[in-house]
Design a protein around this ligand. Structure first.
Ligand code: G4P
Ligand code: MG
Length: 178
């Protein structure tokens, strides 16, 4: 059994489609999407297919532009020119994974300073583990497509050989059935 959790493009697409249906069924109608790069870019773009809203991209990482590890998340790219446009808006914040929650919570904190009406957080995977930080009470809507254990997830955009990646996912899913 692999110690990695493989996720293919089709799976990503279907997880996002499922979440789009869920937020719609709950009556949540965001004004804008904010994608946290780089992992949130492709999920956010797929979401745009189902809820056609503008995407603002932000880059936050433990690894700054100098690629050195930092003690806290830092902004690589931000949305200074549009921050005013978030005031009073319903924001759908998208990232690929909720791991330690450090990056997500930092981003939420920064976006809240622009006084949006609401921020909902959406991720493909939430790792069920002790988080370094919690979300502030302003976060009332949280949409993880899947909850999984503390295992390393292999996303398709990191694959150098996408056919091999797809095979690994297929094999893993078959093993999980047995
Ligand atoms: P969080 O708030 O979303 O929990 O993120 P955290 O700061 O804990 O994560 C640090 C980095 O590690 C993030 O990358 C995150 O995407 C990545 N990461 C955590 N767990 C996994 C995993 O299981 N698989 C993969 N592929 N990545 C994981 P980042 O600094 O935002 O860079 P980027 O890859 O998004 O560009
Ligand atoms: Mg990321």
């Amino acid at each position: 059994m692999s110690d990695k959790f493989y996720v293919g493009y089709n799976t990503v697409h279907k997880l996002i489609k499922g979440l789009a249906a869920k937020i719609e069924s709950e009556g949540f109608d965001p004004d804008v999407i904010v994608a946290i790069g780089s992992g949130g870019f492709i999920p956010a773009r797929i979401m745009k297919t189902f809820i056609n809203r503008p995407i603002y991209a932000v880059g936050i990482s433990y690894y700054g532009v100098d690629r050195k590890h930092k003690s806290h998340p830092t902004k690589i790219q931000w949305i200074d020119e549009v921050q005013e446009q978030l005031r009073g808006k319903k924001v759908l914040l998208i990232d690929e994974v909720d791991d330690t929650r450090a990056t997500l919570a930092y981003c939420v904190g920064e976006l809240l300073s622009y006084q949006p009406e609401e921020i909902a957080v959406l991720v493909l995977h939430n790792k069920l583990k002790k988080k370094d930080v919690e979300f502030p009470p302003e976060i009332q809507k949280y949409y993880p497509a899947l909850e999984i254990g503390d295992i390393w997830i292999k996303y398709p955009w990191d694959a150098e050989d996408i056919d091999e990646h797809t095979e690994c996912e297929k094999k893993m899913l078959e093993e999980m059935k047995n």
